[in-house]
Design a protein around this ligand. Sequence first.
Ligand SMILES: C[S@@+](CC[C@H](N)C(=O)[O-])C[C@H]1O[C@@H](n2cnc3c(N)ncnc32)[C@H](O)[C@@H]1O
Length: 344
Amino acid sequence: MKSRALVVRRTHGETARLELMRLAALRMDLRILRDGEWIVLPVVEGAEIPAELGEPSEREFEPFAVPHAREYRDLVELPATERELLPRSFDSVGDVVLIRIPPELESRGPDIGEALLRFVPGARIVGADHGGHGTERRRRLTRLAGAGDFRTIHRENGIAFDIDLERAYFSPRLAREHARVAENVGVGEEVDDLCCGIGPFAVTIARDGRARRITAVDSNPAAIALLRSTLARCPYSDRVESIEADVAAFLSSARPVDRVILNLPHEGIKYLPSVGTIVRPGGAVHYYEVTAREGADVRAEDLVNRIGGRAHWSLIDQHVVHPYSPQDDLLAFQFVRADPAEDA
Ligand SMILES: C[S@@+](CC[C@H](N)C(=O)[O-])C[C@H]1O[C@@H](n2cnc3c(N)ncnc32)[C@H](O)[C@@H]1O
C-alpha cells in the first residue's frame, strides 16, 4: 500500500520514530521498512513534519494483518467534551511513556494510562508527568498504568543511555539538538559540557570521534552516576571525563577549551560571563534559554554583551528547539569568539 514516507539514517531511526509518534504523525497501521543503512517510516497524510527530520516522499508499505488504532486517543473511552481535552502528544523514553494530563482529566488518568500502554509498542509503564522541579530539574511522576519504576534504557541517535526519570533530568525532545551540536565539533577539539545531566551531548560527541577530550559536569550525583554507567558500555568512554561539581566552582579553575555547551535554560545566564573567559579564540558556545517568544529578536544582542561584548563575540545561529509554554520557547544560541590571528 502506498503511503507518505520519511526516510532516515538507521542511527537516527529510533529518534525519528519516537518524534513522529509523539506528534501523532507515524502511521501505526503500516510496517516500518528497513533498507540497508536506511529506515523508512510511514507518515500520516497531512501531518506536519519538522523540517529537521527531512522531506517526506512516497513509498510502498505492508499493512499489519490487524490494523492498530491510528492514535492513542482512539483507545480512550470518554464523553466528547472530555475527549477534546485529551493531549495529542506524549513522550516515550525507553519502555516508559510520559504524558501531561490537564487538571480536568486527572480522574481519567488510569484509562489514559491503559490506552497508552496498549498503543505504544514495547511500553512497560505509563506515568503522569507533573513537570521538573528544583535546580536538578527532576520530574515528579505518578504511575498511571503498567509496572515497575521509571528507570530505563533509551536509544537516542544510535546510543543506549541509562535513564532514571525521577532522579536525573532527561528529555527525548532534545535528541536532534544533541546530534546537531555533535555535528559541529571539529577534529581535536576540547569540549566542556556544563550541566550535562545524564550526558547526551557529551556521549554523542565522544561517539562521533572528532573531539580529543570532553569534560562533562553536573551537580546531581545521580546524573553523573547514570552517565558513568552509560559510558561503561561504550568503547569510546576514555574521551569523556565526568565530574560531579557545581558549575560555578568548576568554572573558577577551568582550563581553556574550544567549545562549551551550557544547557541550564532557567539560570544559565549567570554563568555566561565566566563561560566566555574559558573559550579559546575561534571557539564556540552553545547556550540554551527559555525566552518569551515576543522578546526573542532582541535577546541575542543582550546575550552577546553578557558573554563578552560585540568586539569579541558574534552570534552565528539562533533557533527554536521546541515550544516551552504558550508564551515561551526553548531557544538555542551559538556564539563564536573572534580569533585575532584569523582577522590579521
Ligand atoms: C536542563 S538539564 C540539562 C541536561 C543535559 N544537558 C541534556 O541535554 O539532557 C540541566 C542540568 O543542570 C544541572 N545543574 C543545575 N544547576 C547546576 C549547577 N549549579 N552546577 C552544575 N549542574 C547544575 C541539573 O542537575 C541538570 O542535570
